[in-house]
Design a protein around this ligand. Structure first.
Ligand code: FAD
Length: 643
C-alpha cells in the first residue's frame, strides 16, 4: 500500500509557534478581499444546517454572492434541527474553573489525541464568540433566575459549560442562523435553491468551480458555477442504516468530491451514542436519541444478576449495578460517549441487559425525589414527552430503556487549517469534514464546531484563498460541466435500467447491519477482512439486482436513495480498510486485539499518531493511504483516564 506523508497536498497549514496565538497570527497574515471586490465572487454553499446556514449568511453579510443549495423543502429542515442537548463554550459562567485552555484540553483528550492541536485551540477560543453571536440573534438559551445564561454538564468534562435551550438547542440555533440567512435571501445576497441534491463536483484547472445537482422535484439536472465551493453536507452515520441521523443525511456529496480528488480522512471513526431508544424491529428507518444531558440527573444501571427479568421497581437497590458509577467513579454517569457505550455493551454481553436484552436503564427516580418533578420537567420536559410518545412509558414513573447507536461521524473530507480540502477552492465545514474531534467527539462539540466554521473561520480563510488570485472566469458552458452532467445522467440511467428484484432498502439494511456488526462498537481484523469481502459481493449484487421503480423525470425517493446506497457500498469498504489499517484502539475505534488488561483502549502513539487521509485511485480497493502526522506540543500525550 502506498503511503506518503511528505507531499504538499497534506500540508495542514497550521501555524507553528504558540498555539494560544496561532489563530490571531494566522488572521493577521491572511490576505483580504476589498469590500468593493467581494460582490465579484460567487460562492456555492451546499447545505443549510448550522455549518452551511451560518457560512452562507456570514459570507453574504460580507458582500459575496452566495448560492445555497439543500435537499429539504426548507433550509431550516436540515438535520441540525434535531440536536437536543447543547453547545459548549468556555465562558466559565458557573465559576467552576473553566477556561479556553480547559475546553481545548478536554477536547484533545476526549478525542484520544487524534485531532490537530491548532484547530482545537481555535475552536475553544471562538466558542465564547459563538454564544454572544447566538444570543444577539435571539436564540432563547436557558437562563438562571438572575438572568445569566444557564449551563449544564456533558460527558467528558468536570465543569458545566454546555449552553442549552431545553432539549431543542439545535433547532433554536438553526432558527438563529436561518433568520440571518433569510435576511440575506431577502436582500439578494443569497440565492436559495431547496430540493436540490448535489451529485458531482466540477473541477476546472485543478480548482473547484461548480456543482451539478438534480432537481428533486422535476428530475432536471442543473449546473451551478462559482469561484469556490463550500461543502456543508453533514455526516454519514446513515451508512449503518439505523442511526440517530435524519433519513436524508448521506455521504454522497462528500463521496463524489472524494472521487474528484478530495482526500477522505479517518473514515472509520464513528461516534456511537450511548443513550438512544433501542430498536424495536426491522421496519424502523431511524433511531431516536435521548440527549446525553439526561445523564446529569439520570443514573444508568442494570440488574446485578444475569437474566433478571423482573420489573425495575421490583429490583432492590442492593441488587442493582450502577455500572458507570462503579467502573468510573471520577466521572460516573458523565463519562464520554465511547466509554459509556462500550460499558453498556459489556453488561448486555454478560446477559444483564434489560427489555430485549439490548438495553440498560436510565433512571430518574432519585433526581425526581431530590429535585421534584417540576425541576426535572423544566430541564428535560420535551425529551421525556418524546420518550413517552415513542415507547408509551412515562420516564417520571419508570426508568427509560436506552442502548448505544451510531450517531456522529468524526471522519469526513480532509481539510487544512483553512478548512480547504486537497482540491483548491473546495472548502468543507461542519460534520462533513474530518474536523476537530479526533477519534471521539465530546458531546455538545459538533454544534460548536459547525458554527465556529461558518461564522468565524471561513469568512477569513475563504477571503485569503480568493485574494490569492488565479481564478479565471468560468461559466456553466464549460466542457467540465458537460462531462460532470453526463456522468450523473449515466449513473441515474444505469440505476433505473437494472430492474432487479431487491429494493434499495433491503440492500441498505443488509449493508448497514453488517457494518454495525463489524465496524460498529468494536472491530477485529478477521471481522473486518470478512466484511470487505462481503461488501464487495453485496455491491456486485446491488448493481445487478436492485429495483428502482419510477422514472428520473420526477420526484423519485427510491432513485435518490439508490444513489446514496451505491455510495455507501464504497464508503463502507473504505471504513473497513481504514479500521483494519489502524492497529490500535483509540476513542470510538475499539480494535479488540488492542486493549489494556482492564479492557480499555490501548493506543499506539509511536505508529498511529496520524490522520489517515485516503486518496481515490479508481476503485475503492485501490485507495491510497496518506498520513498527516499529529504533534502534541501543548497537551502532552497521556492515557485517557476517567476513573
Ligand atoms: C439526534 C441528534 C442530536 C444531536 N444533538 C447534539 C447536541 O446536543 N450538541 C451537539 O453539539 N451536537 C449534536 N448533534 C450533532 C449535530 O447535530 C450535527 O453534527 C450537526 O448539526 C451537523 O451540522 P452540519 O451543518 O454539519 O450538517 P447538517 O445539519 O446535517 O446539514 C447538512 C445539510 O446538507 C444538505 N445536504 C446533504 N447532502 C446534500 C447534497 N448531496 N446536496 C445538497 N444538499 C445536501 C442537507 O440538506 C442539509 O441542509 C446531534 C445529532 C443528532 C443526530
Amino acid at each position: 500500500m502506498a503511503t506518503d506523508n511528505t507531499e504538499a497536498k497534506l500540508d495542514s497549514r497550521a501555524p507553528s509557534g504558540p498555539v494560544e496565538t496561532s489563530w490571531e497570527r494566522h488572521k493577521r497574515d491572511a490576505r483580504l478581499v476589498s469590500p468593493a471586490n467581494k460582490r465579484k465572487f460567487t460562492i456555492i454553499v451546499v447545505g443549510t444546517g448550522l455549518a452551511g446556514g451560518s457560512a452562507a449568511a456570514s459570507l453574504a453579510e460580507l458582500g459575496y454572492n452566495v448560492v445555497n443549495l439543500c435537499i429539504q423543502d426548507s433550509p431550516r429542515r436540515a438535520h441540525s434541527v434535531a440536536a437536543q442537548g447543547g453547545i459548549n463554550a468556555a465562558k466559565n459562567y458557573p465559576n467552576d474553573g473553566d477556561s479556553v485552555f480547559r475546553l481545548f484540553y478536554d477536547t484533545v483528550k476526549g478525542g484520544d489525541f487524534r485531532a490537530r492541536e491548532a484547530n482545537v485551540y481555535r475552536l475553544a477560543q471562538e466558542s465564547v464568540n459563538i454564544i454572544d453571536q447566538c444570543v444577539a440573534q435571539g436564540v432563547p438559551f436557558a437562563r438562571e433566575y438572575g438572568g445569566m445564561l444557564a449551563n449544564r454538564s456533558f460527558g467528558g468534562a468536570q465543569v458545566s459549560r454546555t449552553f442549552y435551550a431545553r432539549g431543542q438547542t439545535g433547532q433554536q440555533l438553526l432558527l438563529g442562523a436561518y433568520g440571518s440567512l433569510m435576511r440575506q435571501v431577502h436582500a439578494g445576497g443569497v440565492k436559495m435553491f431547496p430540493r436540490r441534491e448535489m451529485l458531482d463536483l466540477v473541477v476546472i484547472d485543478g480548482r473547484a468551480r461548480g456543482v451539478v445537482c438534480r432537481n428533486l422535484v422535476t428530475g432536471a439536472l442543473e449546473r451551478y458555477a462559482g469561484d469556490a465551493v463550500l461543502l456543508c453536507t453533514g455526516g454519514y452515520s446513515t451508512v449503518f442504516f439505523l442511526s440517530t441521523n435524519a433519513v436524508n443525511s448521506n455521504a454522497t456529496a462528500a463521496w463524489r468530491c472524494y472521487k474528484r480528488g478530495a482526500y477522505f480522512a479517518n473514515p472509520c471513526f464513528t461516534q456511537i451514542h450511548p443513550t438512544c431508544i433501542p430498536r424495536v424491529g426491522e421496519q424502523q428507518s431511524k433511531l431516536t436519541l435521548m440527549s446525553e444531558s439526561l445523564r446529569n440527573d439520570g443514573r444508568v444501571w442494570v440488574p446485578k444478576a444475569a437474566g433478571d427479568k423482573r420489573l425495575p421497581g421490583q429490583i432492590a437497590e442492593s441488587e442493582r449495578d450502577y455500572f458507570l458509577e462503579r467502573m468510573y467513579p471520577a466521572f460516573g454517569n458523565l463519562v464520554p460517549r465511547d466509554i459509556a457505550s462500550r460499558a453498556a455493551k459489556l453488561v448486555c454481553d454478560e446477559g444483564r441487559g434489560v427489555g430485549s436484552g439490548l438495553a440498560v436503564y436510565l433512571d430518574f427516580s432519585d433526581a425526581v425525589k431530590r429535585l421534584g418533578k417540576e425541576t426535572i420537567a423544566d430541564r428535560y420536559g420535551n425529551l421525556f414527552e418524546m420518550y413517552r410518545e415513542i415507547t408509551n412509558h412515562d420516564p417520571y414513573e419508570t426508568p427509560m430503556q436506552i442502548y448505544p447507536a451510531p450517531h456522529y461521524t468524526m471522519g469526513g473530507l480532509w481539510v487544512d487549517y483553512n478548512l480547504m480540502s486537497t482540491i483548491p477552492g473546495l472548502h468543507v465545514l461542519g460534520e462533513a469534514n474530518f474536523s476537530d474531534h479526533g477519534a471521539n467527539r465530546l458531546g455538545a462539540s459538533a454544534l460548536m464546531q459547525g458554527l465556529c466554521d461558518g461564522y468565524f473561520v471561513i469568512p477569513h480563510t475563504l477571503g485569503h484563498y480568493l485574494a490569492g488570485g488565479g481564478l479565471v472566469s468560468v461559466s456553466t458552458d464549460h466542457a467540465a460541466f458537460a462531462e460532470a452532467e453526463t456522468r450523473v445522467k449515466e449513473q441515474v440511467g444505469k440505476l433505473l435500467a437494472i430492474g432487479g428484484r431487491k429494493s434499495v432498502r433491503e440492500f441498505h439494511y443488509q449493508l448497514g447491519t453488517l457494518l454495525w456488526d463489524r465496524v460498529g462498537m468494536a472491530r477485529n481484523a478477521t471481522g473486518l477482512r470478512g466484511a470487505i469481502e462481503k461488501i464487495r459481493a453485496m455491491r456486485d449484487e446491488f448493481w445487478n439486482n436492485v429495483r428502482v421503480p419510477g422514472s428520473g423525470e420526477d420526484f423519485n425517493k427510491e432513485l435518490e436513495m439508490a444513489g446514496r446506497v451505491a455510495d455507501y457500498f464504497e464508503l463502507g469498504e473504505l471504513m473497513c480498510r481504514d479500521a483494519l489499517e489502524r492497529e490500535e484502539s483509540c476513542g470510538c475505534h475499539f480494535r479488540e486485539e488492542y486493549r489494556t488488561e482492564e479492557g480499555e483502549c490501548k493506543r499506539d502513539d509511536e505508529r498511529f499518531s496520524f490522520v489517515s487521509a485516503w486518496e481515490y485511485a479508481g476503485r475503492t480497493g485501490d485507495a491510497r493511504l496518506h498520513r498527516e502526522p499529529l504533534e502534541f506540543d501543548t497537551v502532552h500525550l497521556a492515557t485517557r483516564q476517567y476513573k
